[in-house]
Design a protein around this ligand. Structure first.
Ligand SMILES: Cc1ncc(COP(=O)(O)O)c(C=O)c1O
Length: 346
Protein backbone atom coordinates (compact mmCIF):
# COMPACT_ATOMS: atom_id res chain seq x y z
CA UNK A 1 0.00 0.00 0.00
CA UNK A 2 1.15 3.52 -0.82
CA UNK A 3 1.66 5.32 2.48
CA UNK A 4 3.38 8.53 1.37
CA UNK A 5 1.23 11.59 1.83
CA UNK A 6 0.06 12.92 -1.53
CA UNK A 7 1.08 16.34 -2.83
CA UNK A 8 -2.19 17.73 -4.13
CA UNK A 9 -1.71 19.93 -7.19
CA UNK A 10 -5.18 19.41 -8.67
CA UNK A 11 -6.27 22.95 -7.86
CA UNK A 12 -5.73 25.93 -5.58
CA UNK A 13 -9.22 25.18 -4.25
CA UNK A 14 -7.88 22.29 -2.14
CA UNK A 15 -6.35 24.56 0.50
CA UNK A 16 -7.63 24.21 4.05
CA UNK A 17 -8.21 27.19 6.35
CA UNK A 18 -5.19 27.65 8.63
CA UNK A 19 -5.34 28.18 12.40
CA UNK A 20 -5.46 32.00 12.19
CA UNK A 21 -8.26 31.89 9.64
CA UNK A 22 -10.23 29.42 11.77
CA UNK A 23 -9.72 31.73 14.76
CA UNK A 24 -11.10 34.67 12.75
CA UNK A 25 -14.11 32.53 11.78
CA UNK A 26 -14.67 31.52 15.40
CA UNK A 27 -14.73 35.13 16.52
CA UNK A 28 -16.93 36.44 13.69
CA UNK A 29 -19.78 38.75 14.58
CA UNK A 30 -22.83 37.49 12.71
CA UNK A 31 -26.43 38.34 11.85
CA UNK A 32 -28.96 37.32 9.19
CA UNK A 33 -27.43 38.42 5.90
CA UNK A 34 -30.65 38.03 3.89
CA UNK A 35 -31.95 40.88 6.09
CA UNK A 36 -28.65 42.72 5.51
CA UNK A 37 -27.85 42.30 9.22
CA UNK A 38 -24.55 40.44 9.15
CA UNK A 39 -21.78 42.90 10.12
CA UNK A 40 -18.99 40.61 8.90
CA UNK A 41 -20.58 40.13 5.47
CA UNK A 42 -21.23 43.87 5.21
CA UNK A 43 -17.60 44.56 6.10
CA UNK A 44 -16.29 42.03 3.57
CA UNK A 45 -18.52 43.44 0.82
CA UNK A 46 -17.27 46.98 1.57
CA UNK A 47 -13.63 45.80 1.48
CA UNK A 48 -14.19 43.94 -1.81
CA UNK A 49 -15.86 46.92 -3.47
CA UNK A 50 -12.97 49.13 -2.36
CA UNK A 51 -10.31 46.71 -3.66
CA UNK A 52 -12.07 46.57 -7.05
CA UNK A 53 -12.77 50.31 -7.18
CA UNK A 54 -16.53 49.70 -7.48
CA UNK A 55 -19.52 51.15 -5.59
CA UNK A 56 -20.81 47.90 -4.12
CA UNK A 57 -20.31 44.16 -3.78
CA UNK A 58 -22.34 41.07 -2.91
CA UNK A 59 -21.07 37.89 -1.22
CA UNK A 60 -21.87 34.61 -2.98
CA UNK A 61 -21.18 30.94 -2.27
CA UNK A 62 -19.09 30.25 -5.40
CA UNK A 63 -17.39 31.67 -8.46
CA UNK A 64 -19.85 29.84 -10.68
CA UNK A 65 -22.78 31.50 -8.96
CA UNK A 66 -21.02 34.88 -9.08
CA UNK A 67 -20.61 34.59 -12.86
CA UNK A 68 -24.18 33.41 -13.32
CA UNK A 69 -25.55 36.23 -11.17
CA UNK A 70 -23.45 38.67 -13.21
CA UNK A 71 -24.90 37.37 -16.47
CA UNK A 72 -28.45 37.47 -15.04
CA UNK A 73 -27.93 41.01 -13.77
CA UNK A 74 -26.60 42.37 -17.08
CA UNK A 75 -28.90 40.62 -19.57
CA UNK A 76 -32.45 39.69 -20.58
CA UNK A 77 -33.45 36.23 -21.90
CA UNK A 78 -32.70 35.92 -25.68
CA UNK A 79 -29.70 38.27 -25.39
CA UNK A 80 -26.29 37.15 -26.60
CA UNK A 81 -23.13 37.03 -24.48
CA UNK A 82 -19.69 37.17 -26.14
CA UNK A 83 -16.92 35.26 -24.38
CA UNK A 84 -13.71 33.31 -25.00
CA UNK A 85 -13.91 29.75 -26.28
CA UNK A 86 -11.45 28.76 -23.53
CA UNK A 87 -13.23 30.67 -20.77
CA UNK A 88 -14.40 29.04 -17.56
CA UNK A 89 -17.87 30.46 -18.10
CA UNK A 90 -18.12 28.72 -21.49
CA UNK A 91 -16.49 25.40 -20.55
CA UNK A 92 -17.12 24.63 -16.92
CA UNK A 93 -20.32 26.25 -15.71
CA UNK A 94 -22.75 23.65 -17.07
CA UNK A 95 -24.22 26.21 -19.52
CA UNK A 96 -26.08 27.72 -16.55
CA UNK A 97 -26.20 31.11 -18.26
CA UNK A 98 -28.16 29.55 -21.14
CA UNK A 99 -30.36 27.38 -18.99
CA UNK A 100 -31.17 29.83 -16.22
CA UNK A 101 -30.58 33.14 -17.97
CA UNK A 102 -31.95 32.11 -21.37
CA UNK A 103 -29.01 33.78 -23.11
CA UNK A 104 -27.04 32.56 -26.10
CA UNK A 105 -23.34 32.13 -25.48
CA UNK A 106 -21.22 33.18 -28.46
CA UNK A 107 -17.61 31.95 -28.12
CA UNK A 108 -14.72 33.77 -29.81
CA UNK A 109 -11.18 32.33 -30.07
CA UNK A 110 -8.99 33.07 -27.06
CA UNK A 111 -5.37 34.00 -27.74
CA UNK A 112 -2.52 32.60 -25.61
CA UNK A 113 -2.86 35.37 -23.01
CA UNK A 114 -6.59 34.70 -22.59
CA UNK A 115 -7.48 37.76 -24.67
CA UNK A 116 -9.77 38.15 -27.68
CA UNK A 117 -8.92 39.80 -30.99
CA UNK A 118 -10.33 43.35 -31.13
CA UNK A 119 -11.70 42.72 -34.61
CA UNK A 120 -13.43 39.49 -33.55
CA UNK A 121 -15.29 41.36 -30.82
CA UNK A 122 -16.15 44.28 -33.10
CA UNK A 123 -17.60 42.03 -35.80
CA UNK A 124 -19.41 39.74 -33.33
CA UNK A 125 -21.45 42.61 -31.87
CA UNK A 126 -24.70 42.43 -33.78
CA UNK A 127 -26.53 45.36 -35.32
CA UNK A 128 -30.00 45.72 -33.82
CA UNK A 129 -32.71 44.15 -35.98
CA UNK A 130 -35.80 42.02 -35.41
CA UNK A 131 -34.05 38.77 -36.35
CA UNK A 132 -30.97 38.60 -34.19
CA UNK A 133 -30.28 38.25 -30.50
CA UNK A 134 -29.23 41.51 -28.85
CA UNK A 135 -25.54 41.51 -27.93
CA UNK A 136 -25.59 42.81 -24.38
CA UNK A 137 -22.54 41.46 -22.57
CA UNK A 138 -18.87 40.68 -23.13
CA UNK A 139 -17.18 38.40 -20.57
CA UNK A 140 -13.41 38.37 -19.99
CA UNK A 141 -11.29 36.27 -17.60
CA UNK A 142 -8.16 37.27 -15.62
CA UNK A 143 -6.03 35.34 -14.84
CA UNK A 144 -7.05 32.88 -17.50
CA UNK A 145 -7.38 29.31 -16.24
CA UNK A 146 -7.34 27.33 -19.50
CA UNK A 147 -4.67 29.65 -20.93
CA UNK A 148 -2.26 28.50 -18.19
CA UNK A 149 -3.01 31.19 -15.62
CA UNK A 150 -1.99 33.93 -18.05
CA UNK A 151 -2.45 37.55 -17.05
CA UNK A 152 -4.70 39.46 -19.42
CA UNK A 153 -2.76 42.63 -20.28
CA UNK A 154 -4.26 45.85 -18.93
CA UNK A 155 -4.23 47.46 -22.39
CA UNK A 156 -6.27 44.52 -23.76
CA UNK A 157 -8.91 44.92 -21.02
CA UNK A 158 -9.07 48.65 -21.75
CA UNK A 159 -9.35 48.23 -25.52
CA UNK A 160 -11.98 45.48 -25.39
CA UNK A 161 -14.00 47.44 -22.83
CA UNK A 162 -13.94 50.49 -25.11
CA UNK A 163 -15.07 48.47 -28.14
CA UNK A 164 -17.92 46.95 -26.10
CA UNK A 165 -19.01 50.20 -24.48
CA UNK A 166 -18.96 52.11 -27.78
CA UNK A 167 -21.55 49.58 -29.00
CA UNK A 168 -23.65 49.73 -25.80
CA UNK A 169 -22.39 46.32 -24.61
CA UNK A 170 -21.47 45.83 -20.93
CA UNK A 171 -18.35 44.03 -19.72
CA UNK A 172 -18.07 41.43 -16.96
CA UNK A 173 -14.68 40.18 -15.79
CA UNK A 174 -14.37 36.71 -14.29
CA UNK A 175 -11.58 37.59 -11.91
CA UNK A 176 -11.65 34.32 -9.97
CA UNK A 177 -7.85 34.75 -9.67
CA UNK A 178 -7.63 38.54 -10.10
CA UNK A 179 -5.23 38.83 -7.14
CA UNK A 180 -2.82 36.47 -8.90
CA UNK A 181 -2.96 38.95 -11.80
CA UNK A 182 -2.32 41.86 -9.42
CA UNK A 183 0.68 40.19 -7.80
CA UNK A 184 2.17 38.97 -11.10
CA UNK A 185 1.71 42.23 -13.01
CA UNK A 186 2.19 44.79 -10.25
CA UNK A 187 -1.02 46.50 -11.42
CA UNK A 188 -3.66 46.98 -8.71
CA UNK A 189 -6.98 45.16 -8.97
CA UNK A 190 -8.70 48.57 -9.06
CA UNK A 191 -6.67 49.49 -12.15
CA UNK A 192 -7.18 46.08 -13.76
CA UNK A 193 -10.95 46.39 -13.33
CA UNK A 194 -11.43 50.13 -13.84
CA UNK A 195 -13.01 49.78 -17.30
CA UNK A 196 -15.26 46.77 -16.66
CA UNK A 197 -18.85 47.02 -15.40
CA UNK A 198 -18.57 44.09 -13.01
CA UNK A 199 -15.92 41.78 -11.64
CA UNK A 200 -16.22 38.56 -9.68
CA UNK A 201 -13.40 37.10 -7.62
CA UNK A 202 -12.96 33.95 -5.54
CA UNK A 203 -11.86 33.68 -1.91
CA UNK A 204 -11.65 29.89 -2.13
CA UNK A 205 -8.74 29.62 -4.58
CA UNK A 206 -5.31 31.18 -3.96
CA UNK A 207 -6.68 33.21 -1.05
CA UNK A 208 -7.21 29.88 0.76
CA UNK A 209 -10.70 30.38 2.22
CA UNK A 210 -13.10 27.46 2.52
CA UNK A 211 -15.96 29.14 0.61
CA UNK A 212 -16.96 32.32 -1.15
CA UNK A 213 -16.84 34.75 -4.02
CA UNK A 214 -17.73 38.39 -4.47
CA UNK A 215 -19.39 40.20 -7.33
CA UNK A 216 -18.57 43.91 -7.50
CA UNK A 217 -20.10 46.69 -9.61
CA UNK A 218 -22.33 49.76 -9.46
CA UNK A 219 -24.86 50.03 -6.60
CA UNK A 220 -27.67 49.57 -9.12
CA UNK A 221 -26.14 46.40 -10.57
CA UNK A 222 -25.48 44.90 -7.14
CA UNK A 223 -29.06 45.62 -6.05
CA UNK A 224 -30.27 43.54 -8.98
CA UNK A 225 -27.60 40.92 -8.24
CA UNK A 226 -28.99 40.50 -4.72
CA UNK A 227 -32.38 39.54 -6.19
CA UNK A 228 -30.78 37.12 -8.66
CA UNK A 229 -28.70 35.57 -5.86
CA UNK A 230 -31.87 35.08 -3.80
CA UNK A 231 -33.62 33.45 -6.75
CA UNK A 232 -30.76 30.96 -7.14
CA UNK A 233 -30.89 30.07 -3.45
CA UNK A 234 -27.61 31.82 -2.74
CA UNK A 235 -28.98 34.05 0.04
CA UNK A 236 -27.17 32.83 3.16
CA UNK A 237 -27.96 33.62 6.78
CA UNK A 238 -25.16 33.83 9.42
CA UNK A 239 -22.60 33.81 6.61
CA UNK A 240 -20.39 36.15 8.61
CA UNK A 241 -18.59 32.97 9.72
CA UNK A 242 -17.48 32.58 6.10
CA UNK A 243 -17.01 36.29 5.47
CA UNK A 244 -14.59 36.45 8.41
CA UNK A 245 -12.32 34.02 6.54
CA UNK A 246 -12.46 36.35 3.52
CA UNK A 247 -11.65 39.44 5.59
CA UNK A 248 -8.68 37.60 7.06
CA UNK A 249 -7.53 36.44 3.61
CA UNK A 250 -7.68 39.92 2.08
CA UNK A 251 -5.17 41.17 4.63
CA UNK A 252 -2.97 38.05 4.98
CA UNK A 253 -3.03 35.93 1.84
CA UNK A 254 -2.53 38.24 -1.13
CA UNK A 255 1.19 39.08 -1.14
CA UNK A 256 2.05 35.44 -0.50
CA UNK A 257 0.63 34.50 -3.93
CA UNK A 258 4.09 35.45 -5.23
CA UNK A 259 5.41 32.26 -3.56
CA UNK A 260 2.84 30.19 -5.48
CA UNK A 261 3.99 31.82 -8.71
CA UNK A 262 7.63 31.12 -7.93
CA UNK A 263 6.79 27.49 -7.03
CA UNK A 264 4.85 27.05 -10.29
CA UNK A 265 7.83 28.36 -12.26
CA UNK A 266 10.15 25.97 -10.42
CA UNK A 267 7.77 23.07 -11.01
CA UNK A 268 7.46 23.82 -14.74
CA UNK A 269 11.22 24.21 -15.20
CA UNK A 270 11.82 20.92 -13.37
CA UNK A 271 9.23 19.01 -15.41
CA UNK A 272 10.54 20.52 -18.63
CA UNK A 273 13.92 18.91 -17.91
CA UNK A 274 12.22 15.47 -17.95
CA UNK A 275 11.47 16.13 -21.62
CA UNK A 276 8.20 14.22 -22.03
CA UNK A 277 5.98 17.27 -21.83
CA UNK A 278 5.72 20.60 -23.63
CA UNK A 279 4.74 23.63 -21.60
CA UNK A 280 4.98 27.37 -21.15
CA UNK A 281 6.76 28.60 -18.06
CA UNK A 282 3.84 30.13 -16.12
CA UNK A 283 3.67 33.68 -14.83
CA UNK A 284 1.16 32.78 -12.09
CA UNK A 285 0.22 29.51 -10.33
CA UNK A 286 -1.05 27.23 -13.11
CA UNK A 287 1.19 24.78 -14.96
CA UNK A 288 -0.28 23.13 -18.06
CA UNK A 289 1.58 20.09 -19.42
CA UNK A 290 1.05 18.96 -22.98
CA UNK A 291 1.77 15.23 -23.09
CA UNK A 292 4.23 14.45 -25.90
CA UNK A 293 4.68 10.72 -25.30
CA UNK A 294 2.18 8.22 -23.92
CA UNK A 295 -1.44 8.67 -22.92
CA UNK A 296 -2.58 11.48 -20.63
CA UNK A 297 -4.52 9.19 -18.31
CA UNK A 298 -1.55 6.83 -17.92
CA UNK A 299 0.52 9.79 -16.82
CA UNK A 300 -2.14 10.96 -14.37
CA UNK A 301 -2.25 7.49 -12.86
CA UNK A 302 1.54 7.24 -12.70
CA UNK A 303 1.73 10.65 -10.97
CA UNK A 304 -0.94 9.56 -8.51
CA UNK A 305 0.84 6.31 -7.73
CA UNK A 306 4.03 8.29 -7.15
CA UNK A 307 2.12 10.62 -4.78
CA UNK A 308 1.38 13.68 -6.93
CA UNK A 309 -2.23 14.53 -7.70
CA UNK A 310 -2.86 16.47 -10.91
CA UNK A 311 -5.94 16.92 -13.09
CA UNK A 312 -6.98 16.18 -16.67
CA UNK A 313 -7.21 19.43 -18.61
CA UNK A 314 -8.51 18.62 -22.08
CA UNK A 315 -7.07 16.40 -24.78
CA UNK A 316 -3.47 15.46 -23.98
CA UNK A 317 -3.26 18.14 -21.30
CA UNK A 318 -2.61 17.93 -17.55
CA UNK A 319 -2.94 20.79 -15.05
CA UNK A 320 -0.96 21.33 -11.86
CA UNK A 321 -1.73 24.28 -9.62
CA UNK A 322 0.43 25.61 -6.79
CA UNK A 323 -1.13 27.00 -3.63
CA UNK A 324 -0.71 27.88 0.03
CA UNK A 325 -0.66 24.25 1.22
CA UNK A 326 2.35 23.25 -0.93
CA UNK A 327 5.60 24.97 -0.01
CA UNK A 328 8.86 24.99 -1.95
CA UNK A 329 10.13 21.80 -0.32
CA UNK A 330 6.87 20.02 -1.34
CA UNK A 331 7.49 21.16 -4.92
CA UNK A 332 11.03 19.76 -4.76
CA UNK A 333 9.56 16.49 -3.50
CA UNK A 334 6.86 16.58 -6.22
CA UNK A 335 9.60 16.89 -8.85
CA UNK A 336 11.39 13.83 -7.43
CA UNK A 337 8.12 11.87 -7.53
CA UNK A 338 7.32 13.04 -11.08
CA UNK A 339 10.80 11.89 -12.19
CA UNK A 340 10.07 8.45 -10.62
CA UNK A 341 6.73 8.34 -12.46
CA UNK A 342 8.55 9.14 -15.72
CA UNK A 343 10.85 6.16 -15.16
CA UNK A 344 7.83 3.95 -14.42
CA UNK A 345 5.96 5.07 -17.56
CA UNK A 346 9.07 5.31 -19.73
C1 LIG B 1 -11.60 31.24 -13.92
C2 LIG B 1 -12.62 30.61 -13.03
N1 LIG B 1 -13.82 31.17 -12.92
C3 LIG B 1 -14.77 30.66 -12.12
C4 LIG B 1 -14.54 29.53 -11.38
C5 LIG B 1 -15.66 28.93 -10.55
O1 LIG B 1 -15.41 28.98 -9.20
P1 LIG B 1 -16.17 27.96 -8.18
O2 LIG B 1 -15.43 26.68 -8.26
O3 LIG B 1 -16.06 28.67 -6.86
O4 LIG B 1 -17.57 27.84 -8.63
C6 LIG B 1 -13.29 28.90 -11.46
C7 LIG B 1 -13.02 27.67 -10.67
O5 LIG B 1 -12.05 26.98 -10.84
C8 LIG B 1 -12.31 29.45 -12.32
O6 LIG B 1 -11.10 28.87 -12.46
Amino acid sequence: MNTISPIDLRSDTVTRPDAEMRQAMLQAEVGDDVFGDDPSVNHLEALAAERMGKEAAVFLPSGTMANLVAVLSHTQPTDEVLLGNESHLFNYEVAGASRVGGVQLHPLPNDASGGLADEDVRTAIREPNIHSPRTSLLCLENTHNRCGGSVLPLTKIQTLSRIAHDAGVRVHLDGARIFNAEVASGTTTADLTATVDSVSFCLSKGLACPVGSLLCGSSELIERARRERKMLGGGMRQSGVLAAAGIHALSHNIERLAEDHENARMLAEGIRRIGTFAMEIPTTNIVVLQVLEGARDDWLLAFKKAGVHASAFGTGRIRMVTHKDVDTSSIEEALRRIAQAAVAVG
